[in-house]
Design a protein around this ligand. Structure first.
Ligand SMILES: Nc1ncnc2c1ncn2[C@@H]1O[C@H](COP(=O)(O)OP(=O)(O)OP(=O)(O)O)[C@@H](O)[C@H]1O
Ligand SMILES: O=P(O)(O)OC[C@H]1O[C@H](OP(=O)(O)OP(=O)(O)O)[C@H](O)[C@@H]1O
Ligand SMILES: [Mg+2]
Length: 282
């Protein structure tokens, strides 16, 4: 059976399980069980700490794993990325007390608290600086107020935790992260269950980025309408029973939905309908 590691806690857990369930796997956790078997799909799910997943995958104990790219980078485990999932998006920043004018290039000799010591160590090396790295498990933002560190390096999403702790980000993000599927080597993709897992997840992720748009348009405006909604290959075009009118159907980027509807309306399109896509194979 294929062994898949899934985050059991933290920001990635719920969103990963939701994605896997949408992809048709039995991945419901009722209690605190650490494994679940989906017999129909020949898959066993293991619920592990997100930080440990890269290590299990690198050692070949788990065939594939879902975890954050930042956690993989910090673990320095030898794994390869198979698919970015577009969930658990975050950025990794240095942060200083809001009244401080220190910049990362001035961190020589500074105490930096972080849960990601290896990412910070490499970044400091890249800058040619020596700092003291204080490794903490969590709640890193409070460490400055408590006097254990001068600055921090941590995951920032909304930025609310930083503000509440009287800190502000400084410099460019050290890295951008999101959850991804990892494995030990790409050859595993040849294994049927791995290929299916990736294709099913990809179907859900792509579907989340797109909507389906349908509308009716006068024949003379068809070319311009198709220019606005070119679809993936090309739009589906079918004649209406009302003479001179054409129905058009195409996939469209979720972000463009409203502006394209505005442009189609200006072009005289009628009956514009936009619907969700749950999954797709392109
Ligand atoms: N607020 C957030 N929003 C989005 N992603 C986040 C957030 N906090 C952390 N992450 C991402 O989630 C992953 C795991 O971090 P998280 O803090 O959830 O795990 P953890 O610290 O091991 O668990 P816990 O916080 O329950 O102890 C990382 O890839 C990180 O970038
Ligand atoms: O920018 P924000 O939206 O405020 O999110 C960022 C915070 O979320 C994570 O903490 P988490 O809740 O995982 O707690 P932890 O520090 O104990 O791991 C992260 O370590 C930051 O502290
Ligand atoms: Mg955390």
């Amino acid at each position: 059976m294929l062994k898949i590691a899934v985050p059991n806690k933290g920001s990635l857990s719920e969103v990963s399980i939701k994605l896997i369930k949408e992809a048709g796997y039995k991945c419901r956790r009722d209690g605190r069980e650490l494994t679940l078997t989906d017999v129909d799909n020949n898959v066993e799910f293991y619920f592990l700490r997100p930080r440990d997943i890269a290590i299990y995958v690198a050692k070949g104990i788990m065939d594939v794993g879902i975890t954050g790219k930042d956690l993989v980078a910090d673990s320095e485990a030898a794994v390869v990325e198979l698919l970015s999932l577009g969930i658990g998006k975050s950025r990794f920043f240095y942060a200083v007390p809001k009244e401080s004018e220190l910049t990362p290039d001035e961190f020589d000799g500074v105490r930096i608290a972080t849960s990601y010591p290896n990412i910070v160590k490499s970044d400091m090396q890249r800058r040619g600086l020596t700092s003291e790295i204080i490794k903490l498990d969590g709640a890193v933002e409070i460490s400055v107020k408590l006097g254990v560190a001068d600055v921090i390096a941590d995951v920032v999403e909304s930025g609310k935790t930083l503000v509440a702790a009287g800190l502000r980000t400084v410099g460019e993000p050290i890295m951008k992260s999101e959850a991804a599927v990892f494995c030990r080597n790409r050859e595993l993709l040849n294994r049927r269950e791995v290929g299916l897992f990736i294709e099913r997840l990809r179907g859900i992720i792509v579907a989340r980025e797109y909507k389906m748009i349908e509308y009716d348009v006068l024949e003379e405006s068809l070319e311009r309408a198709c220019g606005l909604t070119p679809g993936i290959e090309s739009p589906t075009v079918s004649p209406l029973s009302k003479k001179g009118w054409i129905a058009v159907k195409a996939m469209i980027s979720r972000k463009q939905v409203n502006s394209v509807m505005d442009d189609l309306t200006e072009l005289g399109a009628k009956g514009i309908i936009v619907t969700d896509i749950h999954t797709c194979r392109l």
